[in-house]
Write a protein that binds this ligand. Sequence first.
Ligand code: GLU
Length: 311
Amino acid sequence: MTGRYAPSPSGRMHLGNLYCCLLAWLSAKSKGGRVVLRVEDLDAMRCPRAFATLLEADLRWLGLAPDEGGSAGGPAAPYYQSERAEIYRQYFDKLAAKGLVYPCFCSRRQLHAANAPHRGDGQVVYGGQCRGLTPAEIAAKAKTRAPAWRVRVPAEELAFTDGHLGPYTENLARDCGDFYLQRADGVFAYQLAVVVDDALMGVSEVVRGADLLSSTPRQLWLYRVLGFTPPTFYHIPLLLAPDGRRLSKRDGDESLENLQARYTPAEVIGRLGYLCGLQPTPAPATPTELLPHFAWEKVPKTDILLPPGLF
Ligand code: GLU
């Protein structure tokens, strides 16, 4: 049994990231499993290595050090997405060989046209404008614009049962549309990278924020087409600032830097354990001390407003 942390270190970790790491660690360890750290720095400009290094130090400080990956490496190295483009290329090519990949020349403006259908999460459903381009049309368009690359999805209901949130279904063609595999600047898309990495790193359990629930049908479909066995998914509620805002690294929301100045690791973990429903008070506790109290049934299912004054 292998769980994972898959942070995108574009800043110092904040409480929401910690909350996710703690639950991923507890869930894996409660099953006798291990935890892999994969750094999701696909957008290398936004995720300088210094933040990944700090993240590892922060995880150690909290008692949540991974068993494999990150700078320590391991059998599936490298564990930094910015160093795995060649690997993504191989799987992109497999999809292309199945005739599933095509270039898309649409501009942002075209994609966000007023009449474009939107998903529940606000993203545009791709209307398939470039799906049927002829080779001649592609050659002509390629003269003036580098394309992004999309994968052709079937008009099929993809249903799965989330370990924490229960059944979830999406019709890929209707609810999402053909999605990106690679951006026009050559950077591979999260949806492809995350599937390839979790599969090659032997991840059998994914614990992550509920904002990624709607990505899961796309990923499950990629697992199937690429012939990988999918992991089990547990999507967790988001931690929100007391005023209901999403926590963000940019706003300096309760970053580890602030927390370390004021609390011991056990004081941070104990408060998070309380928010996870694992102890009745925010008393200090180490991850190991929380472990016997861990059960998914206790963890809230809806977003959590940080009680004012808790941190
Ligand atoms: N890298 C993503 C994030 O930090 C998480 C992706 C995932 O867990 O699948 O939000």
